[in-house]
Design a protein around this ligand. Sequence first.
Ligand code: AP5
Ligand code: MG
Length: 218
Amino acid sequence: MNMTNIILLGPPGAGKGTQAARISAEYGIPHISTGDIFRENIKQGTELGKKAQEYMNKGELVPDSLVIEIAEDRLQKDDCRNGFLLDGFPRTVTQAEALDNFLASNGGKIDWVLDLEVEKDVLMKRLLGRRVCKDCGATFNVVGMPPKKEGICDNCGGQLKQRADDTEETVNNRIDVYNNETKPLVAYYERIGNIRHLDGAAGLENVFNEIKRIVSGS
Ligand code: AP5
Ligand code: MG
């Protein structure tokens, strides 16, 4: 079986989580979102959740050491044998180097880094309009991708909520943090040669078709 290891890169609101759900289903690889792992820990009230929440609510990055440990633990699970899809990790050059070392020591590598490019004004609109199901995590948007019934999840009937970090002030900071800390990864992967840039402002299906075209190597 072919191994497909993918990283989804892009600013907050670029559509990483939205595309990840589709890619994961299409290729049968697990969707690993460090943000989702932290949010689940916050919900469960774990020590890790308490530590991460301080940073997340301000739109700051959780310290590298903590994130790297969590990501490596997750990547050692059996379901990653045939590949994986990383969403929101790595987010700093230190994290990217740690990931490369970890994969190299297991004889692996990243096949594709898919960089979803979206302008700031679009990101802001998307994040302020985002609604997430508190039960199954499905994501909607009051503009463009509304649920069939206001406030209710199409998939499971759960209640839709706004994320705690989707306020104008926090989104502004998250975008600044992205530009300062995560953007350097573009040059990092350009050097390796496995990054592809996509227009993340295109429609959902168009972005997904472009991803499939890249991953299938056509
Ligand atoms: P994380 O959960 O990763 O959040 P993020 O990177 O800020 O990204 P988002 O989840 O907000 O956006 P997305 O790209 O997934 O967009 P989505 O698909 O939902 O991280 C949160 C926090 O955790 C960080 O701030 C940090 O504190 C911490 N953290 C996590 N990982 C870390 C790490 N590695 N290191 C350190 N700290 C870490 O789409 C957004 C909206 O747009 C939705 O409403 C959707 O419906 C809509 N939409 C999507 N695609 C389209 C489209 N094509 N057209 C129209 N609308 C669309
Ligand atoms: Mg996300």
